[in-house]
Design a protein around this ligand. Structure first.
Ligand SMILES: [Zn+2]
Length: 476
């Protein structure tokens, strides 16, 4: 093997050091790629947002006229009389609201129309961040390696996007969708769970046709690997899943078969939603589900925006949603939307109101409610934009603005086990923040006016992120 003479080696090293230094930008974030840097609007190591209204994510009342100081990515001071450190960049927060970065607990990187399913590796992370979502759990993946790669690239500063908790492939029963892992026996469940846990996924999602025995095996094997399990269930009811040790439950009312009359064990009844229309939230059976979940510390994920699509003419038709879609996607969406309007379901409007009431009653009973967009169905709830729609829908369910912020930030962080680090605007926490133009307490719809989204103290320009995705949702 040829070896450089020692002197030559040192000289080469010197040249190399000079060369590499010259390539580095002046910024402290030397490793950030140009494709990320183009969206950065606040890059100061110390900055202060002054005279802003803070809704901190803990459920506390809004605090007005506050200064928030961030140093090296952490919140170091909050209060009305806080002085701005010398040399800090000042951001005028007058007329604006500051929230914790949203934590989206059902935030796929894929998207569906009535015709297609497509991986949105490019547009989804940009739209999430642009909309104020700084952390996502993907909650069912059909391309887990894509998600693991995206997560790595975001963490390394090569790509722009939220902090990611990646979910393994869906696990379901043998008759389930072909893009899911269709389990034949409990040993399949263990083998698949072990494999993906070792590949680095953080969560699993069980789907509608899994059996109790298979779910028990997934949960046991996942927990052995320090990985958690949630479910969009049907064959296993909420109470049954909690008894098997599940960590979280998706979608609430719409997927709970605790109340389905004539349900056979491990069977998914086809018509149980029609029965739900008559449910009373004060009834013993509803309260028993809540108690079972609460006693076991199992939270529920609200996904109101995706279900709203099935209520004829209910979701607002937003220009910005259409603008983000590719022309073909837009056509598919509008066609299905008008089909739904024509079918004019008698069940969905009432079912939807019950679902809102179910979530309110769950929280009143002491339950831990988080939320996520679920950008599936026939494509009306886009990544990020649908999370913002959830913000309004949770108000409709009867929650106050501070409660809604808590559901969409700190509660999600709790379920993910990162609430010591993020999820609220408190001293010592990572500066994951959303600066919104307008007074959110007066007008929830102003959640759409996100100006700057801070991830670990770096500010991203929401408008630039949105411009970058225009016309491409449904394509990439
Ligand atoms: Zn989903």
């Amino acid at each position: 093997m040829y070896r450089f003479p020692r002197v030559l080696h040192a000289a080469l090293l010197g040249v190399l050091v000079v060369f590499v230094s010259a390539m580095l930008p002046a910024s402290a974030h030397a490793q950030r790629s140009a494709s990320v840097q183009r969206f950065v609007s606040v890059d100061a190591p110390t900055f202060a947002i002054t005279n802003v209204t803070v809704i901190d994510g803990t459920g506390s009342a809004p605090a007005r006229g506050v200064t928030v100081v961030v140093q090296d990515g952490k919140i170091t001071a909050i209060g009305p009389d806080v002085s701005v450190p010398a040399g800090a960049e000042r951001i005028d927060g007058s007329g604006k609201t500051l929230l914790p970065g949203l934590v989206g607990l059902h935030n796929h990187t894929f998207y569906t129309t009535s015709q297609r399913r497509i991986q949105l590796d490019f547009t989804a992370p940009l739209l999430y961040l642009a909309s104020g979502v700084t952390t996502i759990r993907t909650t069912g993946s059909y391309a887990p390696y894509s998600e693991l790669e995206l997560k790595r690239a975001i963490e390394n500063g090569e790509r722009v996007g939220p902090r990611m908790f990646v979910t393994g492939p869906y696990v379901t029963g043998g008759e389930g969708y072909t893009y899911m892992t269709r389990l034949g026996e409990p040993e399949d469940a263990r083998r698949v769970t072990r494999y993906w846990a070792e590949e680095g996924v953080d969560w699993f999602k069980a789907y509608t046709l899994i059996s109790r025995e298979e779910l028990a095996a997934v949960i046991d094997e996942a927990h052995r690997h320090g990985v958690k399990v949630t479910g969009h269930l049907c064959s296993v009811s909420f109470r049954e899943a909690v008894k098997l040790g599940i960590d979280n439950l998706e979608h609430g009312f719409f997927t709970n078969t605790d109340y389905a009359e004539g349900k056979v064990p491990d069977g998914c009844p086809s018509d149980f939603r029609e029965q739900l229309v008559a449910m009373d939230m004060e009834s013993e059976e509803v309260q028993e589900t809540f108690r079972t979940m609460i006693n076991a510390g199992v939270g529920m994920t609200s996904t109101l925006a995706v279900y709203e699509m099935y209520v004829p003419n209910r979701p607002p038709l937003e220009d910005r949603v259409l603008a983000a879609m590719s022309p073909e996607t837009q056509k598919e969406y509008l066609r299905t939307r008008s089909d739904i309007a024509e079918q004019n379901s008698a069940v969905w409007p009432e079912l939807y109101q019950r679902a809102l009431a179910y979530e309110k009653a769950f929280v009143e009973a002491g339950g831990l409610l988080a939320s996520g967009v679920d950008p599936t169905g026939y494509g009306g709830a886009l990544p990020g934009y649908g999370d913002q729609r959830n913000f309004e829908l949770l108000h409709e369910a009867g929650f106050t603005t501070p409660e809604v912020v808590q559901i969409m930030s700190l509660n999600g962080a709790r379920i993910l086990g990162i609430d010591d680090e993020t999820g609220s605007v408190q001293v010592g926490k990572t500066a994951d923040l959303v600066l919104v133009d307008g007074d959110l307490t007066a007008r929830p719809a102003s959640i759409r006016n996100v100006e700057t989204v801070f991830r670990s103290g770096t500010g991203f320009d929401s408008r630039l992120l949105i411009e970058a995705v225009e016309g491409q949702v449904g394509v990439r």
